[in-house]
Design a protein around this ligand. Structure first.
Ligand SMILES: CC(=O)[C@@H](O)[C@H](O)COP(=O)(O)O
Ligand SMILES: NCC(=O)COP(=O)(O)O
Length: 236
């Protein structure tokens, strides 16, 4: 069974709606851990629309499982990551106007910036994962940069149904095989929910799923611990 990374960004989204102190993503991280989360994931966006710098620093001191920091290649954010030194950093693309991450990182098209970021994180002793589409060229490029893990972007899989979804799943399975054969660790995430998580959790050698929006949405209605436990049950 893969590890569950609970992304708590959208607890901070609710807090930032009023620019107040509640709900605190640090409290959500504690509850997620109590319910069995294996990883706590946060995305420090350049526009700080949800997670703030202080959240990352406090989480680094308080989270007892793995802290996975998602970040773009922006030098300011990379600098914060190399100071905070989370156990894992996942490099993701970012566009200011987007509602959410729209696809995988273009390593091939931004080789110098991605290499600079990966090298800086490695020099700080951080385990690096790249958030990529299931595209063989991108995966090969990520491998050449010396990254130990790839998180496959499941956003397209999550957006489709029927035969189109089966095609997306086949691409994720083929990409998973390539990642395994290159000796890297396989992660996946984005848009996964209580209905669509099963087939992705069953991909051979899947080690970590990062899931945020659907867990936080359920938590608002049934509580954080129950929302995390129910997701873990479905991944089993
Ligand atoms: C890269 C990724 O998938 C996460 O950052 C997640 O989507 C967080 O939510 P937002 O995209 O809304 O920041
Ligand atoms: N990397 C994906 C992630 O952390 C969570 O994405 P989502 O479940 O909020 O779409």
């Amino acid at each position: 069974m893969p590890d569950l990374g609970v992304n708590i960004d959208h607890v901070a989204t609710i807090r930032q709606a009023r620019k107040t102190y509640e709900p605190d993503p640090v409290a959500a991280a504690v509850l997620a851990e109590l319910a069995g989360a294996d990883v706590i994931t946060v995305h420090l966006r350049e526009d700080r629309r949800h997670i703030q710098d202080r959240d990352v620093r406090v989480l680094r001191e308080t989270v007892t499982v793995k802290l996975n920091l998602e970040l773009s290649v922006a030098p300011e954010i990379v600098g914060i990551a190399t100071q905070v030194k989370p156990q894992q950093a996942t490099v993701v693309p970012e566009r200011r106007e987007e509602v959410t991450t729209e696809g995988g990182l273009d390593v091939v098209g931004n080789l110098d910036a991605v290499r600079r970021t990966v090298d800086a994180l490695h020099a700080a002793g951080v385990f690096v994962s790249l958030f990529l589409d299931p595209d063989p060229r991108q995966i090969e490029a990520g491998h050449k940069l010396g990254c130990a893990a790839i998180e496959l972007h499941t956003g397209q899989y999550a957006l489709t149904t029927g035969q189109a979804r089966e095609r997306e799943l086949s691409q994720l399975i083929a990409a998973g095989k390539q990642i395994r054969e290159l000796g890297m660790t396989l992660h996946a995430g984005h848009g996964l929910n209580y209905q669509n998580v099963g087939p992705v959790a069953r991909i051979q050698d899947m080690r970590e799923l990062n899931i945020g929006h659907s867990i936080v949405a359920r938590a608002v209605l049934v509580g954080f611990e129950r929302a995390v436990r129910e997701m873990k049950e479905l991944m089993r």
